[in-house]
Design a protein around this ligand. Sequence first.
Ligand code: SAM
Length: 287
Amino acid sequence: EKSRLYSPKYVKEIIEKYGFRFSKSLGQNFLIDGNVVRNIVKGANITKEDYVLEIGPGIGTLTEELALNAKKVVSVELDNSLLPVLEETLSDYENVEIIHGDILEVDINKLIDEKLGGGPVKVVANLPYYVTTPIIGKLLEENLNMDSITVMIQKEVADRMVAKHGTKTYGALSVFVNFYTDPEIILKVPKTVFMPQPKIDSAVIKLKIKEELPNIDREQFFKVVKAGFSKRRKTILNSLSSYGFDIDKEIIKSSLEKANVKAETRAENISLEDFINISTILPPLNI
Ligand code: SAM
């Protein structure tokens, strides 16, 4: 029987065979635990009907489990020294396609159209930590035909993504993620399931894409959120009026009133809905 890719012994053998060296700057911490691999794929609800986009296959550990459960997997890997490894480790799976590239540069819309049945796709990954937020930002902002994003990320970032208003961890990232998705932490993961072990704790978060988004000027909305959280200790009136928008403090004050948000509230106590309201009532912001 062929050894499954997550066995630590196999991972060691294959990286030695190819003389592979882990790159810290590419966030290479490979999974070596079968239960975690299976639980990610279960948590993502992958079935034989599903088209899956994976980011960063490494030596193919999670890719293999995805291939066994999905209709098709397209996986984008930046490190070209992993390509010959993946050719060997995934040679048994005809429903896997590896693409060499930087996920931040790839035209994902085109990839979904041409290689993933047009979507909706499920994104599943053990993300490289150094680019977690840019990757999730890109996926959400590009209006891709996606069902969900199930990814391993830093626990601390996952906590911020799921945070509700009125808590210390609630911030611009929470508002951003909750605007587009219903987030849920589905697994907390100890450092010991990776090779090499990272210094930080991890968690698997599932972002279920909302079917309908509020029909608002998103740029305006995210400007308000960014400005609101720019000075955490200030009141919303002061953060918005000192941010450099070319509008009078009085207008900001009356807009907050109209939105039923007290001028002295701090951003961390303002809900997604209230931020949306404020942004639609304010006149167009110029920066
Ligand atoms: N999926 C494998 C696993 O779980 O064992 C590897 C996960 S490792 C945390 C992250 C992977 O993403 C590495 O293989 C790394 O080379 C790759 N990677 C890093 N930056 C990338 C980028 N910008 N685009 C695509 N892949 C990237």
